[in-house]
Design a protein around this ligand. Structure first.
Ligand code: PMP
Length: 438
C-alpha cells in the first residue's frame, strides 16, 4: 500500500506541530515509529487517506464515533446548530434537553454540568469531591486513564500503602503525594490504602469497566466492595465513564445488566465524555444533588468554561443519543463483535499465535498473550512487538486500529457483515505473515 503522501505530510507536520501530532496516542511510537496515516475523509465504517487508500475503521476516534463517521442525523444537527450561531455565552434550551437525557439514562446524576473534554470532567469531579469532603487525597487504580490533568498523571509508588510518583514531567512531587494508586480488581490493596491514608482520602476514582488497558470487567463484588470501603471511610466514589457510558447499552456501568446490585455500585459522581458529544468536543460530570451543590454559582468549588455547553456539541450529543435509542442498535453491534472476535480467535489459534480477547458487547481488546487480562500488570505482560507487527499488517490490508496494544476495537452502528468478512480475511493474512516471520 502506497502511503507516500502521509509520509510527506508527516515530515511537514514535524516542522510545525510538536511530534507531528496533536495527541501522543496518534503517533506510531508504540508500534515501531514512522509516519502515522493522514486521513482525508471518513464516512460510515470507512476512512480514506491522503493517498486515496481505503480503510475499515475500528478506532472510532478512540470511542466517540459510535454511530460511524458522518452519520446523517448528527451531521444535520450540527449543520442546524451552526446556522443558528455557534456560541452564545448564554444558557440554551438544548442544554436542558441533553442534561435530561443523561439523567434519565444515569439515575445517580441528580445534577449535571457540561464541560469540553473528559479531562475537564474528571478534573472537576476531583475538585468537587475535595470541596465536599474537605479532604485532599484520591485513590485511583493502576492503568486506568483519567485524562491529562496533574492529579491523575501519577503512577503507583512501591506498594498499596505508598503515595504516588509523577507519571509525567511537569507534575510536581507534591501533587503526586496527594494520590495513592492501587491495582484494579484488588480490594485488599484498596483496603490497605484506606487503612493507612483513609482520613485524608476525598475520593476513590475508577473506570468501573476499564477501557484503557483493554476492556476489563470488574470481578464480581469488586465495585460493591469498592463503594462500601470508600463510603465507610467517608470518601466519595467517582466513576470515570468517559469511555464506558453508552458504550455497551443505553446507560452506564451503574445500570449495566452485566453487573448486579446496581444500588450497591452507585457512585457519588460520574465523569462523562466522548459518545455524549457525538464527535464534537464535550465532557460532563454529575452526581448526587448535595454533592453537586458544591459547584459555583451555588457553592464554593469553582468551574467554568467559555465553550461549555456550546450548541453544536450539545446538538451533536443529542442526535447521537437519539441514534443509540434505536431498536436493536446495541444488539447488532454485539452480534458483529461476536462474529469478529470468534473469527480473530480461531484464525490466531490456527497459526499458533497466543491471543486473549476481552469482549464486552460491541467493544473488545486483543492481547497477544495466553493469560487472562484482569488488571494492568497482566495487560503490560503481553507481546508488544507482536501487536506492532499485527497492527502494521492489518493497516497494510486496510484495517485501521489504534496504534497501541492497550486500546480497544470499537464496533459502530455503521459496521456491516461485509466489514467483518473483509477484516477476518485481513487478519488471516496478517497472522499467516506473522507466523512466517517467527
Ligand atoms: N477518562 C477516560 C476513561 C478516558 O478514556 C479519557 C480519554 N481517552 C479521558 C478520561 C480523557 O478524555 P479527553 O481526551 O476527552 O480529555
Amino acid at each position: 500500500m502506497n502511503r507516500s503522501t502521509s509520509a510527506q505530510l508527516y515530515e511537514e507536520a514535524l516542522q510545525h506541530i510538536v511530534g507531528g501530532v496533536n495527541s501522543p496516542s496518534r503517533s506510531f511510537k508504540a508500534v515501531g515509529g514512522g509516519a502515522p496515516v493522514f486521513m482525508k475523509r471518513a464516512g460510515g465504517s470507512r476512512f480514506w487517506d491522503e493517498d486515496g487508500n481505503e480503510y475499515i475503521d475500528y478506532l472510532a476516534a478512540y470511542g466517540p464515533i459510535i454511530t460511524g463517521h458522518a452519520h446523517p442525523h448528527i451531521t444535520a444537527a450540527i449543520t442546524e446548530a451552526a446556522q443558528n450561531g455557534l456560541l452564545y455565552g448564554t444558557p440554551t434550551q438544548l442544554e436542558i434537553k441533553l442534561a435530561k437525557m443523561l439523567k434519565e439514562a444515569i439515575p445517580s446524576m441528580d445534577k449535571v454540568r457540561f464541560v469540553n473534554s473528559g479531562t475537564e470532567a474528571v478534573m472537576t469531579t476531583i475538585r468537587v469531591a475535595r470541596a465536599y469532603t474537605k479532604r485532599s487525597k484520591i485513590v485511583k487504580f493502576a492503568g486506568c486513564y483519567h485524562g491529562h490533568s496533574d492529579l491523575v498523571l501519577v503512577a503507583a509508588g512501591s506498594g498499596p500503602s505508598t503515595l504516588g510518583i509523577p507519571d509525567s514531567a511537569g507534575v510536581p512531587g507534591s501533587i503526586a503525594q496527594e494520590v495513592i494508586t492501587v491495582p484494579f480488581n484488588d480490594l485488599d490493596s484498596l483496603r490497605a490504602a484506606l487503612e493507612k491514608w483513609g482520613e485524608d482520602v476525598a475520593a476513590v476514582m475508577v473506570e468501573p469497566i476499564v477501557g484503557n488497558f483493554g476492556m476489563v470487567m470488574p470481578k464480581p463484588g469488586f465495585l460493591e466492595g469498592l463503594c462500601k470501603l470508600a463510603h465507610d471511610n467517608g470518601s466519595l466514589v467517582i466513576y470515570d465513564e468517559v469511555i464506558t457510558a453508552f458504550r455497551f447499552h443505553y446507560g452506564s456501568t451503574q445500570t449495566y445488566a452485566g453487573l448486579d446490585n446496581h444500588e450497591d455500585i452507585t457512585p457519588d459522581l460520574t465523569a462523562l465524555g466522548k459518545i455524549i458529544g457525538g464527535g464534537l468536543p464535550i465532557g460532563a460530570y454529575g452526581g448526587r444533588k448535595h454533592v453537586m451543590e458544591q459547584v459555583a454559582p451555588l457553592g464554593p468549588a469553582y468551574q467554568a468554561g467559555t465553550m461549555a455547553g456550546n450548541p453544536a456539541s450539545i446538538s451533536a450529543g443529542i442526535a447521537c443519543l437519539e441514534v443509540l435509542q434505536g431498536a436493536g442498535v446495541y444488539e447488532e453491534m454485539e452480534r458483529l463483535a461476536i462474529r469478529l472476535t470468534e473469527g480473530l480467535q480461531a484464525s490466531a489459534d490456527r497459526h499458533g499465535i497466543p491471543l486473549t480477547i476481552n469482549r464486552i458487547r460491541g467493544a473488545f481488546s486483543t492481547h497477544f498473550c495466553a493469560h487472562p487480562i484482569t488488571n494492568y500488570e497482566e495487560a503490560q505482560d503481553t507481546d508488544g512487538e507482536m501487536f506492532a507487527s499485527f497492527f502494521r499488517h492489518m493497516l497494510d490490508r486496510g484495517i485501521n486500529l489504534a496504534p497501541s496494544k492497550y486500546e480497544a476495537w470499537f464496533m459502530t452502528t455503521a459496521h456491516t457483515d461485509a466489514d467483518i468478512d473483509a477484516t477476518l480475511e485481513a487478519a488471516e493474512a496478517s497472522y499467516q505473515a506473522m507466523a512466517a516471520e517467527k
